[in-house]
Design a protein around this ligand. Structure first.
Ligand code: PGA
Length: 260
């Protein structure tokens, strides 16, 4: 039985204007109850253009939903047209920053080394990285799951001291399950999440590995969340499509939170 508080995160990707974002958060706050927040941490990750509006709303009404970003550039400032720096996010009270999402790696060329730089930059600004790792279908079929994930972990955690590592979140997201309606079976997801924790234990220490929250991501819905969360090494979910619907996302939080 895990004592780690679940973290349920909604990754909205490139959806919703700042006006839509406010409406969704509003709906979410009508639905979620104090017991939900007590038994799960909840974060929403709107587009950069909606961060300020959502932050203002969360702060003004004292809503215990954490603000998250979907990505960041590792540099402090400079000639990086179109990018957003870690201090820009930190100033908006952003708590969680997704780094190494497979869509960034696939469409925008984020390498393992660049993901490592982003992760270090997020930590430096006292925010919490949600590091995404996961294999493609071809890699799964070739039996290359753990090697792929461990390789991504080795690179991403390079230069991260144990003290910082224990506060991190790792999201296991099999690429073939993202946005496809196909989910890893609870057993398969558990096996990889356990392998992630074992790597953390061997790279750092068992007490560090025990503190890291490992999320599962990939077509999470109200229908499959409970059986995923029943696994001992799954501590939450990174939810894409289903998080766009406030009612569905609230249901996922409720079914994913700890029982008491
Ligand atoms: P999905 O996305 O829930 O739509 O599969 C998950 C993610 O990409 O984080």
């Amino acid at each position: 039985m895990t004592t780690r508080k679940p973290l349920i995160s909604g990754n909205w990707k490139m959806n919703y204007t700042h006006l839509d974002a406010i409406a969704v958060v509003q709906k979410l706050t009508y639905t979620l109850l104090p017991a939900d927040y007590d038994r799960a941490d909840v974060s929403v990750h709107p587009s950069f253009t909606a961060l300020r509006s959502v932050q203002t709303m969360l702060d003004a009404d004292g809503i215990p939903i954490a603000l998250g970003a979907q990505d960041v550039h590792p540099a402090e400032s400079g000639a990086f047209t179109g990018e957003v720096s870690p201090s820009m996010l930190a100033k908006l009270n952003v708590r969680y920053v997704i780094v190494g999402h497979s869509e960034r790696r696939e469409h925008f060329g984020d390498t393992d080394a660049f993901v490592n730089q982003k992760l270090l930059a997020v930590l430096k600004h006292e925010m919490i990285p949600i590091l995404c790792v996961g294999e493609t279908l071809a890699e799964r079929e070739a039996g290359f799951i753990e090697d792929k994930v461990v390789g991504q972990l080795e690179a991403a955690f390079d230069g991260v001291p144990a003290q910082a590592a224990e506060g991190l979140v790792v999201a296991y997201e099999p690429i073939w399950a993202i946005g496809t309606g196909r989910t890893a079976s609870p057993d398969d997801a558990q096996a990889v999440c356990k392998a992630i924790r074992s790597w953390l234990a061997s790279h750092y220490r068992t007490d560090v590995a025990d503190k890291v929250r490992v999320q599962y991501g990939g077509s999470v819905t109200p229908t499959n969340i409970a059986e995923l969360m029943a696994q001992s090494d799954i501590d939450g979910a990174l939810v894409g499509g289903a998080s766009l619907d406030a009612e569905k996302f609230a249901q996922i939080v409720r079914l994913g939170r700890t029982a008491s």
